[in-house]
Design a protein. Structure first.
Length: 162
């Protein structure tokens, strides 16, 4: 019985060695293929221009001219949503020279019409939000109305019919 266990162990070691060598060779082959794909992707990514939010250097590096508008930080994330909706390439930076903090939104000169449309839609959404009454204010008014109503007087006596 001891000899059988030793033989099985030896056979398993030999099989594992052969399998490991094949696995290493296959893994090396897959690694080389992966590195080729990564290099190819880097070359195509270098040729593509960035879209949407980017740095000022990337925006100016496209040599299409850039203009800017000045906005306050009311809802910067909401404004970015409209810029992305209209497919505008833009860069947002802080303007440190202004005491109330303002932001400069740089965008390509060719995106001027799209920028005005996005800004108009953003402004309209802000006005719509201001027109909506606040739910908390409505709730407070209703609380005051309920508190001012006279409370019902409950009598705890029961009437029994016999």
């Amino acid at each position: 019985m001891q000899e059988e266990v030793e033989n099985r162990t030896l056979n398993l070691a030999i099989s594992t060695t052969k399998l490991t060598w094949r696995a290493v060779a296959a893994a090396f082959k897959l690694y080389r293929q992966h590195r080729r794909n990564v290099k190819a992707n880097k070359q195509t990514a270098a040729n593509e221009k960035p879209v949407g939010e980017q740095t000022i250097d990337q925006l100016l590096g496209q040599n299409q001219g850039a203009t800017n508008i000045e906005i306050e930080k009311t809802d910067l994330r909401g404004f970015k949503r409209y810029l992305d909706k209209y497919g505008i390439d833009y860069a947002i930076t802080k303007d440190p020279s202004q005491v109330p903090l303002r932001y400069l939104v740089f965008f390509k000169a060719r995106d001027g019409d799209a920028m005005t449309a996005a800004f108009k839609e953003y402004s309209a959404s802000l006005l719509q939000k201001q027109k909506k009454p606040s739910i908390l204010k409505q709730l407070n008014k209703l609380k005051q109305l309920v508190a001012s109503m006279p409370a019902k007087v409950r009598q705890k006596s029961q009437e029994r019919d016999r």
